[in-house]
Ligand binder design. Structure first.
Ligand SMILES: NC(=O)c1ccc[n+]([C@@H]2O[C@H](COP(=O)([O-])OP(=O)(O)OC[C@H]3O[C@@H](n4cnc5c(N)ncnc54)[C@H](O)[C@@H]3O)[C@@H](O)[C@H]2O)c1
Ligand SMILES: [Fe+2]
Length: 405
């Protein structure tokens, strides 16, 4: 392993008060809710999951413990603030004591918004931004992810889409960290292959971006390293055979470590340049992240090749005798292998992206996603961002020249 200086030795780390992990851990949901001596629970989810019966293990446990509950299932993928507001209206009409979000990142983020706004004055818009004051304690929150994934169940972010302005907006606030996160691979078993691949790539991007950020610290670095190891092992088998419990567990653990790493360090330009694909072309968050990975890794590896050489080792690749740049190339080639095996395009033309949109995208990310860009290991100008988009549009195999010292 190449050694490098950990950038920050003063840092803070936040996480849910309890993380309950493991196969079938969801069976204890009812007893946990009961132990907090709360009355009625509001379950927040989406219609697809409800229709599939995916809530059954959670609902059975609540019923067994005699917990009264109601369900809000109007969450859309890439949820809007309107999605949250109708949930808040339901929460305010009846009396609820606890919010339980069950789903992918979308229901979990909406559950965060509902728990915050059920007790607080004003509107969701008043809390968008970085750590704005929250006058009242939110309703207690429990989050149960069904994808391995976004890491929302561990993070202090809640992400919403503004379809008219074509952008994502965020609440960043410690008050949206849940009391309990239940991470149970059983809840992820029904996740279809395409979603397993996309959300798994989201988690891998969290881990890689956390590992290389200038805002990293010893805690985030250790978590990101373990996440890279686990996800590199679990991603292909979990996608190919959704019933493979070992692979589902590797992905559940890996996305948990990645989510905690991301919370402790922040992310980077890969998330920033991926966002316009989601906001302008509805490409799923994880898929948008996946397609850019070879390009942003090449771009960053020119600046910090030692870190990408470490990533190659963490992915289980043999890099003995290779220079850091050559070793970085191995990591990129492995990502490309994952993309090909998982049928994720290597270029953005396949999503209907046209060249004349790209400069606009570059301007958007420099303007709207500063927190993602500012700690990236390489300072990205709008022209660099445009160049990265062009590379991804034309499937330009830049890595073969840039990293071949
Ligand atoms: N808060 C954070 O820290 C954070 C971090 C990253 C991403 N996000 C956000 O998360 C959202 C994306 O979340 P996601 O990728 O998990 O998907 P999602 O929640 O948007 O779900 C996508 C689709 O998959 C279905 N689905 C989910 N789990 C399933 C399962 N086990 N079986 C069958 N179908 C299932 C859903 O019903 C839905 O139709 C985006 O809005 C993104 O911005 C938030
Ligand atoms: Fe993400």
């Amino acid at each position: 392993m190449y050694d490098f200086e950990t950038p920050r030795l003063t840092f803070q780390f936040v996480s849910p008060r309890r993380i309950i992990m493991g196969e079938n851990s969801i069976a204890s949901l009812g007893q946990i809710v009961k132990s907090y001596k709360v009355g009625k629970a509001l379950l927040v989810t989406d219609k697809v999951l409800r229709g599939l019966g995916a809530l059954a293990p959670a609902v059975d446990s609540l019923e067994l413990a005699g917990i009264d509950y109601d369900i809000y299932d109007d969450v859309e993928p890439n949820p809007t603030i309107a999605n949250v507001e109708s949930g808040i209206a339901m929460a305010k009409k009846d009396h609820f004591d606890i919010v339980i979000g069950i789903g992918g990142g979308s229901p979990l983020d909406v559950a965060k918004g509902i728990s915050l706004m059920a007790t607080n004055p004003g509107r969701v818009n008043d809390y968008l931004g970085m750590f704005l004051p929250v006058p009242e304690k939110p309703l207690p929150l429990i989050l149960v992810p069904t994808t391995a994934g976004t890491g929302s169940e561990l993070s202090f972010g809640a992400v919403f889409s503004d379809h008219e302005a074509h952008k994502k907006t965020q609440i960043y606030n410690y008050e949206v960290i849940p009391l309990v996160a239940f991470i149970d691979p059983i809840m992820m078993m029904g996740c279809p292959a395409k979603l397993t691949a996309a959300s798994g790539f989201d988690a891998l991007t969290h881990a890689v971006e956390s590992y290389v950020t200038k805002n990293g610290n010893p805690y985030s670095e250790a978590l990101a390293a373990q996440a890279i190891r686990l996800i590199s092992k679990g991603l292909l088998p979990a996608t190919k055979d959704g019933k493979n419990m070992k692979a589902r567990t590797q992905m559940a653990l890996g996305s948990t470590f990645a989510g905690m790493a991301m919370s402790a360090s922040g992310l980077g330009i890969n998330h920033a340049i991926a966002y316009p694909l989601t906001t302008h072309h509805n490409v799923p968050h994880g898929t948008a992240n996946a397609v850019f990975m070879p390009y942003t890794m090449t771009y960053n590896a020119e600046e910090v090749p030692e870190k990408y050489a470490n990533i190659a080792e963490l992915m289980g690749l043999d890099v003995s005798g290779l220079s850091p740049k050559r070793a970085s190339l191995k990591a990129i080639e492995e990502i490309i292998r994952f993309l090909k095996e998982l049928d994720i395009p290597l270029n953005i033309k396949e999503f209907g992206i046209k060249e004349d949109e790209l400069f606009g995208f570059a301007e958007i990310i420099i303007r709207d996603y500063v927190p993602l860009c500012m700690f990236n290991p390489r300072c990205m100008s709008p022209f660099d961002a445009y160049g990265l988009y062009l590379n991804a549009l034309n499937e330009d195999h830049i890595w073969t020249t840039k990293l071949s010292d």
